[in-house]
Ligand binder design. Structure first.
Ligand SMILES: C[S@@+](CC[C@H](N)C(=O)[O-])C[C@H]1O[C@@H](n2cnc3c(N)ncnc32)[C@H](O)[C@@H]1O
Length: 202
């Protein structure tokens, strides 16, 4: 069985760094009335952070890997609107933000830390702030069997819906497809979620 500990993220950043920004961040920016403060959790190669900076957002890019933060800073051209934080999401407390983005990163947090992290993200959203996240589904290759990856969190559809209780759900797209990954070809099961904080003033 694989483990999150054996991921080669530096190789991943090299492989994907010329990719376009993910539709999740493009859609979240479109939905927002105006740019504000954003947190990019698990920023990786920095593509989404740079996309937001170019559209006037002030972004805190967060990752466990120093290489991710170096690459993101380099690609942002030392933008004054960028701050970076090296942190483990398992214990991370974001500052209040208008957009919390977690693109292909939250599933890499182990189940025992996931609920606490989700509550901290919810609590850090400004009034009417947006949460834009990918979660991985229970039919994903990495969830079970020979290709299982230890230390990751997967959700059933009903668990995803329960997490979104109290949010205004603007997008809940569930996809299953076969495709490449850093660990070879796999079956992907992913939820692409954009939800608005509906709990009034923070
Ligand atoms: C698949 S990459 C996603 C990068 C980028 N957000 C994207 O959409 O392609 C996952 C990123 O999450 C980071 N990551 C994984 N586990 C983490 C953790 N516990 N705390 C902080 N970052 C983590 C990895 O270092 C990596 O940069």
């Amino acid at each position: 069985m694989g483990s999150t500990a054996d991921a080669d993220w530096a190789e991943y950043y090299r492989r994907v760094k010329d990719r376009p920004p993910r539709p999740l961040v493009v859609r979240a920016a479109e939905i927002s009335d105006q740019p504000g403060t954003a947190v990019d959790l698990g920023c990786g190669d920095g593509t989404e952070t740079v996309f937001l900076l170019e559209r006037g957002w002030a972004v805190t890019a967060v990752d466990l890997e120093p290489a991710a933060l170096e690459l993101t800073s380099q690609r942002a051209g030392e933008s004054a609107a960028l701050s970076t934080e090296a942190a483990d999401l398992a214990a991370y407390q974001p500052a209040q933000a208008d957009l919390i983005l977690a693109s292909a990163s939250l599933p890499f947090v182990a189940p025992e830390f996931f609920t606490g992290l989700w509550e901290r993200l919810r609590g850090a959203l400004s009034a009417r702030g947006l949460l834009a996240v990918h979660l991985f589904g229970d039919q994903d290759s990495w969830a079970q069997g020979e290709s299982a990856v230890a230390g990751m969190t997967f959700h059933t559809r009903s668990e995803v819906e329960a997490l979104l209780t109290g949010f205004e759900v603007l997008q809940l797209q569930e996809q299953e497809f076969d495709g490449p990954s850093g660990r070879g070809p796999k079956h992907w099961h992913r939820f692409d979620i954009i939800a608005r904080n509906n709990r009034g003033q923070n």
